[in-house]
Design a binder for this molecule. Sequence first.
Ligand code: ACO
Length: 324
Amino acid sequence: MIIRSVMTGVGSYLPQNVVSNAELSKRVDTTDEWITERTGIKQRHIAAEGQFTSHLAIEAGRAAMAMAGMTPDKLDMLIVATTTPDNTFPATAAKVQAAIGRPGIPAFDVQAVCSGWIYALATADNFIKAGQVKSALVIGAETLSRFLDWTDRSSCVLFGDGAGAVVLQAAQGQGTSADRGVLSTHLHSDGRYFDILQADGGVSTTQTTGLLRMKGKEVFRHAVVNLAETAREAVDANGVTFADVDWLVPHQANSRILDSTAEKLGISPDKVIITVDKHANTSAASIPLALNQGVKDGRIKPGQLLLMETMGGGFTWGSALVRF
Ligand code: ACO
């Protein structure tokens, strides 16, 4: 028998303010046609003034805990994956912890840009498997709209705000791919590509947050290769094939990246959860947001095999194979 981290609750939160491509084209030199054709994005949610990453994270975290039927006193660990924290310090997780009402447990942020939630999932899963905690709330939350350059049409049209969360709880497993829970996680980083996707500022360099800068074509080229490779290592590590996967729940960057990755893996498009059209790219929030969508609309069912994969700034990339 081994310990598995079972996903017992999922939740999400999206800001009320929805901005369509047509509305965006009134203040940015772009069109609905260009954005739709190149990215599949039709709209994005944008946080209201005074609405911070922690607010989105708290709502998503509470929804996940409600689905799990978990009271705060049963929670052992809280991780927030974000690139857009409320403050430079302390961690956004500290604010979420105070709001959720569970003082004393470890609460911290993880920063791996669009891969942040997979990094946070791997961290929580390993704490659970080591027996150090029995449960964890793993949140991805972002207000990317706050550090976009709204004069750079090649990047500002791609992103949105939102949060998603998952409750993990320890359970006994047999050590096979038939177990429920996180079956494996796979993390990668290659800092040689630091400047292809970055914020051009920070505490130690400019004393500002900087704005998002991206060499889109290079990101695209690396994403398609790295996503396929990390998806393969996830199925290989568990002795399953892509045909066994019920749902691909990918990071939502761009529908062309989603389509070409699914095609490379031989996964049919109707087995891919897609939210990029409605949410745009919400970085660390995008996988748990997509997971929540699939679970709440009834497509993802308990016992099904989910393949998650992601790629982001750093570069960072990774995957997780999960039996829901
Ligand atoms: N509206 C209208 N025209 C635009 C826009 C816009 N929003 N943005 C760029 N253009 C124009 C450019 O100026 C250029 O015009 P030109 O030919 O007259 O010079 C033309 O469109 C083509 O520009 P490219 O940059 O070559 O367009 P490309 O086909 O590469 O698409 C895109 C750009 C969508 C950014 C693409 O490179 C991409 O999706 N890259 C992946 C980036 C990504 O997903 N990043 C997310 C973060 S990382 C991650 O999550 C994986």
